[in-house]
Design a protein around this ligand. Structure first.
Ligand code: PHE
Length: 392
Protein backbone atom coordinates (compact mmCIF):
# COMPACT_ATOMS: atom_id res chain seq x y z
CA UNK A 1 0.00 0.00 0.00
CA UNK A 2 2.58 2.47 1.19
CA UNK A 3 4.73 1.66 -1.81
CA UNK A 4 1.88 2.23 -4.23
CA UNK A 5 1.15 5.62 -2.70
CA UNK A 6 4.80 6.62 -3.03
CA UNK A 7 4.81 5.75 -6.72
CA UNK A 8 1.58 7.52 -7.47
CA UNK A 9 2.96 10.65 -5.83
CA UNK A 10 5.99 10.56 -8.13
CA UNK A 11 3.66 10.00 -11.05
CA UNK A 12 1.68 13.06 -10.05
CA UNK A 13 4.80 15.17 -9.70
CA UNK A 14 6.04 14.11 -13.12
CA UNK A 15 2.67 14.82 -14.68
CA UNK A 16 2.51 18.22 -12.99
CA UNK A 17 5.98 19.11 -14.27
CA UNK A 18 4.99 18.09 -17.78
CA UNK A 19 1.84 20.19 -17.67
CA UNK A 20 3.77 23.15 -16.28
CA UNK A 21 6.31 22.71 -19.08
CA UNK A 22 3.58 22.63 -21.65
CA UNK A 23 1.82 25.67 -20.28
CA UNK A 24 4.97 27.68 -19.75
CA UNK A 25 6.44 26.67 -23.10
CA UNK A 26 10.19 27.07 -22.76
CA UNK A 27 9.86 30.31 -20.73
CA UNK A 28 10.42 33.11 -23.20
CA UNK A 29 8.02 31.30 -25.50
CA UNK A 30 9.06 29.83 -28.80
CA UNK A 31 12.80 30.05 -28.85
CA UNK A 32 13.71 29.23 -32.42
CA UNK A 33 16.97 27.43 -33.10
CA UNK A 34 19.72 30.03 -33.37
CA UNK A 35 20.45 29.11 -36.97
CA UNK A 36 16.77 29.11 -38.01
CA UNK A 37 16.22 30.90 -41.30
CA UNK A 38 12.66 31.71 -40.36
CA UNK A 39 10.83 33.81 -37.83
CA UNK A 40 7.48 32.33 -36.89
CA UNK A 41 4.72 34.76 -35.98
CA UNK A 42 1.29 33.69 -34.74
CA UNK A 43 -2.14 35.08 -35.54
CA UNK A 44 -4.91 34.58 -32.95
CA UNK A 45 -7.80 35.63 -35.17
CA UNK A 46 -11.57 35.56 -35.62
CA UNK A 47 -11.47 33.58 -38.86
CA UNK A 48 -14.96 32.11 -38.37
CA UNK A 49 -17.94 32.93 -36.12
CA UNK A 50 -19.78 36.15 -35.34
CA UNK A 51 -17.13 38.62 -36.54
CA UNK A 52 -15.37 36.53 -39.18
CA UNK A 53 -14.90 39.38 -41.67
CA UNK A 54 -12.76 41.17 -39.05
CA UNK A 55 -10.40 38.22 -38.60
CA UNK A 56 -10.17 37.49 -42.30
CA UNK A 57 -9.35 41.08 -43.24
CA UNK A 58 -6.76 41.25 -40.49
CA UNK A 59 -5.11 38.06 -41.76
CA UNK A 60 -5.10 39.51 -45.28
CA UNK A 61 -3.38 42.67 -44.07
CA UNK A 62 -0.76 40.71 -42.12
CA UNK A 63 -0.02 38.38 -45.05
CA UNK A 64 0.39 41.29 -47.43
CA UNK A 65 2.86 43.00 -45.07
CA UNK A 66 4.89 39.80 -44.61
CA UNK A 67 4.92 39.18 -48.34
CA UNK A 68 6.34 42.65 -48.99
CA UNK A 69 8.91 42.35 -46.20
CA UNK A 70 10.00 38.85 -47.30
CA UNK A 71 10.34 40.01 -50.91
CA UNK A 72 12.68 42.73 -49.66
CA UNK A 73 14.93 40.19 -47.94
CA UNK A 74 13.01 39.55 -44.72
CA UNK A 75 13.94 40.76 -41.24
CA UNK A 76 17.48 40.30 -39.91
CA UNK A 77 18.05 38.16 -43.00
CA UNK A 78 15.24 35.76 -42.06
CA UNK A 79 11.89 35.11 -43.71
CA UNK A 80 8.70 35.75 -41.77
CA UNK A 81 6.31 32.82 -41.51
CA UNK A 82 2.73 33.49 -40.49
CA UNK A 83 0.89 30.75 -38.57
CA UNK A 84 -2.74 31.60 -37.94
CA UNK A 85 -5.13 29.97 -35.48
CA UNK A 86 -8.91 30.45 -35.58
CA UNK A 87 -10.42 31.65 -32.30
CA UNK A 88 -13.91 31.29 -33.80
CA UNK A 89 -14.87 34.72 -32.38
CA UNK A 90 -15.11 33.16 -28.87
CA UNK A 91 -13.06 34.02 -25.75
CA UNK A 92 -12.47 30.38 -24.66
CA UNK A 93 -11.28 29.52 -28.17
CA UNK A 94 -8.97 32.52 -28.07
CA UNK A 95 -7.27 31.06 -24.98
CA UNK A 96 -6.90 27.74 -26.81
CA UNK A 97 -5.59 29.39 -29.97
CA UNK A 98 -2.84 31.36 -28.26
CA UNK A 99 -1.84 28.34 -26.16
CA UNK A 100 -1.39 26.28 -29.33
CA UNK A 101 0.54 29.03 -31.11
CA UNK A 102 2.98 29.46 -28.25
CA UNK A 103 3.45 25.90 -27.01
CA UNK A 104 3.22 23.95 -30.27
CA UNK A 105 4.17 26.37 -33.02
CA UNK A 106 6.73 28.22 -30.89
CA UNK A 107 5.95 31.62 -32.35
CA UNK A 108 7.98 34.64 -31.17
CA UNK A 109 4.97 36.97 -31.06
CA UNK A 110 1.21 36.80 -31.55
CA UNK A 111 -0.86 39.24 -33.62
CA UNK A 112 -4.53 39.46 -32.55
CA UNK A 113 -7.12 39.03 -31.36
CA UNK A 114 -9.43 41.55 -32.98
CA UNK A 115 -12.21 41.86 -30.39
CA UNK A 116 -11.43 43.17 -26.92
CA UNK A 117 -13.07 40.22 -25.17
CA UNK A 118 -10.99 37.75 -27.18
CA UNK A 119 -7.71 39.62 -26.61
CA UNK A 120 -8.44 39.79 -22.89
CA UNK A 121 -8.90 36.00 -22.92
CA UNK A 122 -5.34 35.63 -24.27
CA UNK A 123 -3.56 37.96 -21.82
CA UNK A 124 -2.76 35.39 -19.14
CA UNK A 125 -1.23 32.82 -21.49
CA UNK A 126 0.91 35.47 -23.21
CA UNK A 127 2.08 36.90 -19.89
CA UNK A 128 2.87 33.50 -18.32
CA UNK A 129 4.85 32.45 -21.38
CA UNK A 130 6.50 35.84 -21.89
CA UNK A 131 5.46 36.19 -25.52
CA UNK A 132 4.37 39.61 -26.78
CA UNK A 133 0.90 40.14 -28.22
CA UNK A 134 -0.09 43.03 -30.49
CA UNK A 135 -3.79 43.52 -31.01
CA UNK A 136 -4.52 45.36 -34.24
CA UNK A 137 -7.93 46.52 -33.17
CA UNK A 138 -8.90 45.87 -29.53
CA UNK A 139 -9.85 49.32 -28.35
CA UNK A 140 -10.87 48.82 -24.70
CA UNK A 141 -8.33 50.42 -22.28
CA UNK A 142 -8.17 47.28 -20.11
CA UNK A 143 -6.47 45.35 -22.90
CA UNK A 144 -3.07 46.92 -22.22
CA UNK A 145 -3.54 48.56 -18.82
CA UNK A 146 -5.39 47.25 -15.80
CA UNK A 147 -5.49 47.94 -12.05
CA UNK A 148 -3.07 50.84 -12.37
CA UNK A 149 -0.46 48.75 -14.23
CA UNK A 150 0.61 48.38 -17.84
CA UNK A 151 0.51 44.79 -19.02
CA UNK A 152 4.15 44.22 -20.03
CA UNK A 153 3.51 41.82 -22.92
CA UNK A 154 0.37 43.35 -24.46
CA UNK A 155 0.39 46.10 -27.12
CA UNK A 156 -2.01 47.54 -29.66
CA UNK A 157 -1.93 49.37 -32.99
CA UNK A 158 -5.23 51.27 -32.62
CA UNK A 159 -6.66 54.19 -30.67
CA UNK A 160 -8.72 53.41 -27.55
CA UNK A 161 -12.44 53.66 -26.79
CA UNK A 162 -12.37 56.75 -24.57
CA UNK A 163 -11.19 58.59 -27.68
CA UNK A 164 -13.59 56.91 -30.10
CA UNK A 165 -16.58 57.33 -27.72
CA UNK A 166 -15.71 60.99 -27.26
CA UNK A 167 -15.43 61.49 -31.03
CA UNK A 168 -18.97 60.16 -31.52
CA UNK A 169 -20.46 62.10 -28.59
CA UNK A 170 -18.92 65.28 -30.02
CA UNK A 171 -20.22 64.45 -33.46
CA UNK A 172 -23.75 63.87 -32.10
CA UNK A 173 -23.75 67.06 -30.09
CA UNK A 174 -21.81 69.46 -32.33
CA UNK A 175 -22.30 68.26 -35.91
CA UNK A 176 -25.79 66.77 -35.60
CA UNK A 177 -26.93 69.21 -32.88
CA UNK A 178 -28.49 66.35 -30.93
CA UNK A 179 -29.89 67.18 -27.50
CA UNK A 180 -31.12 63.71 -26.55
CA UNK A 181 -29.76 60.22 -27.15
CA UNK A 182 -30.65 56.60 -26.54
CA UNK A 183 -27.82 54.07 -26.05
CA UNK A 184 -28.35 50.47 -27.11
CA UNK A 185 -25.58 48.31 -25.62
CA UNK A 186 -24.34 44.78 -26.35
CA UNK A 187 -24.09 43.49 -22.78
CA UNK A 188 -22.00 40.48 -23.84
CA UNK A 189 -19.12 42.69 -24.99
CA UNK A 190 -16.55 44.58 -22.88
CA UNK A 191 -16.04 46.80 -25.89
CA UNK A 192 -19.70 47.85 -26.05
CA UNK A 193 -20.04 48.41 -22.32
CA UNK A 194 -16.90 50.59 -22.21
CA UNK A 195 -18.09 52.73 -25.09
CA UNK A 196 -21.50 53.19 -23.49
CA UNK A 197 -19.90 54.75 -20.42
CA UNK A 198 -17.69 57.12 -22.40
CA UNK A 199 -20.43 58.27 -24.75
CA UNK A 200 -22.86 58.91 -21.90
CA UNK A 201 -20.29 60.87 -19.90
CA UNK A 202 -19.14 63.05 -22.79
CA UNK A 203 -22.59 63.64 -24.27
CA UNK A 204 -23.87 64.70 -20.83
CA UNK A 205 -20.89 67.03 -20.30
CA UNK A 206 -21.71 68.64 -23.63
CA UNK A 207 -25.21 69.44 -22.35
CA UNK A 208 -27.02 66.47 -23.91
CA UNK A 209 -29.26 64.01 -22.13
CA UNK A 210 -29.28 60.23 -22.40
CA UNK A 211 -33.00 59.56 -22.17
CA UNK A 212 -32.91 55.76 -22.27
CA UNK A 213 -30.39 52.91 -22.06
CA UNK A 214 -31.28 49.50 -23.43
CA UNK A 215 -29.29 46.30 -23.86
CA UNK A 216 -29.10 43.16 -25.99
CA UNK A 217 -26.83 40.12 -26.25
CA UNK A 218 -24.68 38.75 -29.07
CA UNK A 219 -26.54 36.35 -31.38
CA UNK A 220 -29.94 37.94 -30.51
CA UNK A 221 -32.18 37.94 -33.56
CA UNK A 222 -35.33 39.84 -32.66
CA UNK A 223 -34.94 43.36 -31.28
CA UNK A 224 -38.48 44.62 -31.92
CA UNK A 225 -39.73 44.77 -28.32
CA UNK A 226 -36.79 46.92 -27.20
CA UNK A 227 -36.81 48.97 -30.39
CA UNK A 228 -40.46 49.81 -29.75
CA UNK A 229 -39.39 51.32 -26.40
CA UNK A 230 -36.53 53.13 -28.12
CA UNK A 231 -38.92 54.57 -30.67
CA UNK A 232 -41.18 55.84 -27.88
CA UNK A 233 -38.21 57.62 -26.28
CA UNK A 234 -38.07 59.70 -29.47
CA UNK A 235 -34.43 60.76 -29.07
CA UNK A 236 -32.44 62.85 -31.56
CA UNK A 237 -29.90 60.02 -32.06
CA UNK A 238 -29.51 56.33 -31.20
CA UNK A 239 -25.97 55.20 -30.33
CA UNK A 240 -25.28 51.50 -30.99
CA UNK A 241 -21.65 50.64 -30.08
CA UNK A 242 -21.59 47.03 -31.28
CA UNK A 243 -20.50 44.60 -34.01
CA UNK A 244 -21.90 44.46 -37.53
CA UNK A 245 -23.95 41.22 -37.27
CA UNK A 246 -26.21 42.51 -34.50
CA UNK A 247 -26.00 46.12 -35.69
CA UNK A 248 -27.17 45.01 -39.13
CA UNK A 249 -30.24 43.31 -37.71
CA UNK A 250 -30.95 46.19 -35.32
CA UNK A 251 -30.72 48.85 -38.03
CA UNK A 252 -33.03 46.90 -40.33
CA UNK A 253 -35.65 46.32 -37.63
CA UNK A 254 -35.34 49.91 -36.34
CA UNK A 255 -36.10 51.38 -39.76
CA UNK A 256 -38.94 48.85 -40.29
CA UNK A 257 -40.48 50.10 -37.05
CA UNK A 258 -40.26 53.69 -38.27
CA UNK A 259 -37.25 54.94 -36.27
CA UNK A 260 -35.90 57.63 -38.60
CA UNK A 261 -33.32 59.39 -36.39
CA UNK A 262 -29.57 59.19 -37.11
CA UNK A 263 -28.04 55.90 -35.95
CA UNK A 264 -24.50 56.19 -34.63
CA UNK A 265 -21.84 53.57 -34.12
CA UNK A 266 -18.17 52.75 -33.78
CA UNK A 267 -15.49 50.65 -35.46
CA UNK A 268 -17.47 47.45 -34.93
CA UNK A 269 -19.72 48.59 -37.80
CA UNK A 270 -16.96 48.36 -40.38
CA UNK A 271 -17.81 45.31 -42.46
CA UNK A 272 -19.06 44.71 -46.00
CA UNK A 273 -21.63 42.46 -44.28
CA UNK A 274 -23.26 45.44 -42.55
CA UNK A 275 -25.10 46.68 -45.63
CA UNK A 276 -25.93 43.11 -46.68
CA UNK A 277 -27.66 42.46 -43.37
CA UNK A 278 -29.27 45.86 -42.75
CA UNK A 279 -30.06 46.80 -46.34
CA UNK A 280 -28.44 49.79 -48.00
CA UNK A 281 -31.41 52.13 -47.55
CA UNK A 282 -31.83 51.39 -43.84
CA UNK A 283 -28.26 52.50 -43.20
CA UNK A 284 -28.76 55.98 -44.65
CA UNK A 285 -28.45 58.56 -41.88
CA UNK A 286 -25.96 56.22 -40.19
CA UNK A 287 -22.48 57.31 -39.05
CA UNK A 288 -19.60 55.54 -37.31
CA UNK A 289 -16.09 56.20 -36.12
CA UNK A 290 -13.27 54.23 -37.69
CA UNK A 291 -9.48 53.86 -37.91
CA UNK A 292 -8.87 54.84 -41.50
CA UNK A 293 -10.64 55.52 -44.76
CA UNK A 294 -9.53 54.04 -48.09
CA UNK A 295 -10.47 57.44 -49.60
CA UNK A 296 -7.69 59.16 -47.66
CA UNK A 297 -5.23 60.76 -50.11
CA UNK A 298 -2.19 60.19 -47.91
CA UNK A 299 0.50 58.57 -50.16
CA UNK A 300 1.00 55.61 -47.84
CA UNK A 301 -2.75 54.91 -47.81
CA UNK A 302 -2.94 55.16 -51.62
CA UNK A 303 -0.02 52.73 -52.03
CA UNK A 304 -1.47 50.29 -49.50
CA UNK A 305 -4.98 50.34 -51.04
CA UNK A 306 -3.51 49.60 -54.47
CA UNK A 307 -1.37 46.70 -53.23
CA UNK A 308 -4.25 45.21 -51.25
CA UNK A 309 -6.65 45.48 -54.19
CA UNK A 310 -4.14 43.80 -56.45
CA UNK A 311 -3.66 40.95 -53.98
CA UNK A 312 -7.26 40.35 -52.89
CA UNK A 313 -9.41 42.12 -55.45
CA UNK A 314 -11.23 44.14 -52.78
CA UNK A 315 -10.95 47.51 -51.07
CA UNK A 316 -9.30 47.09 -47.66
CA UNK A 317 -11.48 47.83 -44.65
CA UNK A 318 -9.97 49.16 -41.40
CA UNK A 319 -9.04 45.68 -40.22
CA UNK A 320 -7.09 45.08 -43.42
CA UNK A 321 -5.17 48.30 -42.78
CA UNK A 322 -4.64 47.61 -39.08
CA UNK A 323 -3.57 44.01 -39.77
CA UNK A 324 -0.94 45.38 -42.12
CA UNK A 325 0.10 48.03 -39.59
CA UNK A 326 0.35 45.52 -36.75
CA UNK A 327 2.65 43.33 -38.82
CA UNK A 328 4.80 46.37 -39.65
CA UNK A 329 4.95 47.36 -35.97
CA UNK A 330 6.33 43.91 -35.21
CA UNK A 331 8.84 44.04 -38.06
CA UNK A 332 10.08 47.41 -36.84
CA UNK A 333 10.46 46.04 -33.30
CA UNK A 334 12.32 42.89 -34.38
CA UNK A 335 14.76 45.04 -36.38
CA UNK A 336 15.43 47.31 -33.43
CA UNK A 337 15.63 44.32 -31.04
CA UNK A 338 18.33 42.85 -33.30
CA UNK A 339 17.05 39.36 -32.53
CA UNK A 340 13.86 37.35 -32.89
CA UNK A 341 13.69 36.91 -29.14
CA UNK A 342 10.27 37.41 -27.51
CA UNK A 343 11.54 39.38 -24.53
CA UNK A 344 13.79 41.65 -26.61
CA UNK A 345 10.89 42.17 -29.03
CA UNK A 346 8.62 43.16 -26.16
CA UNK A 347 11.15 45.76 -24.98
CA UNK A 348 11.56 47.12 -28.51
CA UNK A 349 7.78 47.29 -28.99
CA UNK A 350 7.41 49.39 -25.84
CA UNK A 351 9.85 51.88 -27.39
CA UNK A 352 7.94 52.21 -30.70
CA UNK A 353 8.28 55.81 -31.85
CA UNK A 354 7.23 57.90 -34.85
CA UNK A 355 6.48 54.86 -36.94
CA UNK A 356 4.61 55.90 -40.10
CA UNK A 357 1.87 53.37 -40.80
CA UNK A 358 -1.22 53.27 -43.02
CA UNK A 359 -3.55 54.23 -40.18
CA UNK A 360 -1.32 57.05 -38.95
CA UNK A 361 1.91 57.69 -37.08
CA UNK A 362 2.44 55.42 -34.09
CA UNK A 363 4.24 56.34 -30.90
CA UNK A 364 3.27 54.16 -27.95
CA UNK A 365 2.68 55.85 -24.61
CA UNK A 366 3.50 54.25 -21.25
CA UNK A 367 0.22 52.33 -21.38
CA UNK A 368 1.19 50.79 -24.75
CA UNK A 369 -1.49 52.84 -26.52
CA UNK A 370 -0.87 54.80 -29.73
CA UNK A 371 -2.35 58.28 -29.85
CA UNK A 372 -3.94 58.49 -33.31
CA UNK A 373 -6.65 60.20 -35.28
CA UNK A 374 -10.06 58.73 -36.08
CA UNK A 375 -12.29 59.17 -39.10
CA UNK A 376 -16.06 59.45 -39.24
CA UNK A 377 -17.74 57.46 -41.97
CA UNK A 378 -21.21 58.18 -43.31
CA UNK A 379 -23.25 55.36 -44.84
CA UNK A 380 -24.79 56.47 -48.15
CA UNK A 381 -26.83 53.92 -50.11
CA UNK A 382 -24.75 51.09 -48.69
CA UNK A 383 -21.41 52.78 -49.41
CA UNK A 384 -18.95 54.17 -46.90
CA UNK A 385 -18.30 57.85 -47.46
CA UNK A 386 -15.44 59.65 -45.71
CA UNK A 387 -16.97 62.44 -43.64
CA UNK A 388 -14.26 63.92 -41.45
CA UNK A 389 -10.94 63.20 -39.73
CA UNK A 390 -10.68 63.89 -36.00
CA UNK A 391 -7.30 64.42 -34.38
CA UNK A 392 -6.71 63.53 -30.74
N1 PHE B 1 -12.56 47.68 -31.53
C1 PHE B 1 -13.27 46.43 -31.43
C2 PHE B 1 -13.01 45.79 -30.08
O1 PHE B 1 -12.18 46.23 -29.36
C3 PHE B 1 -12.92 45.48 -32.52
C4 PHE B 1 -13.03 46.05 -33.89
C5 PHE B 1 -12.01 46.69 -34.48
C6 PHE B 1 -14.16 45.96 -34.58
C7 PHE B 1 -12.10 47.22 -35.73
C8 PHE B 1 -14.26 46.49 -35.84
C9 PHE B 1 -13.23 47.12 -36.40
O2 PHE B 1 -13.63 44.82 -29.69
Amino acid sequence: MAKKKWWSLIGLAVAATMVAGLVAGCGGGGKPAADSKEIKVGGNLELTGGIATFGQSTANGIKLAFKEVNAGGGVLGKQLVFVSADNKSEPSESTNAITKLITQDKVVAVLGAVATTNTLAAVQVATDNKVPVISPTSTNPKVTYDNGKTRDFIFRACFIDPFQGTVMANFASKSLKAKTAVIYTDNSSDYSKGLTEVFEKTFTELGGKVVAKEAFLQKDQDFKATLTKIKAANADVVFIPAYYEEVGRIVKQARDLGITSPLLGTDGWDSPKLAEIAGAGALNNGYFSNHYSPEDKDPMVVKFVEAYKKEYNQVPDAMGALGYDTAMMLVDAIKRAGAADPIKIKDALAATKNLQLVSGIVTLNEKHDPIKSAVIIEMKDGKQVFKEKVNP
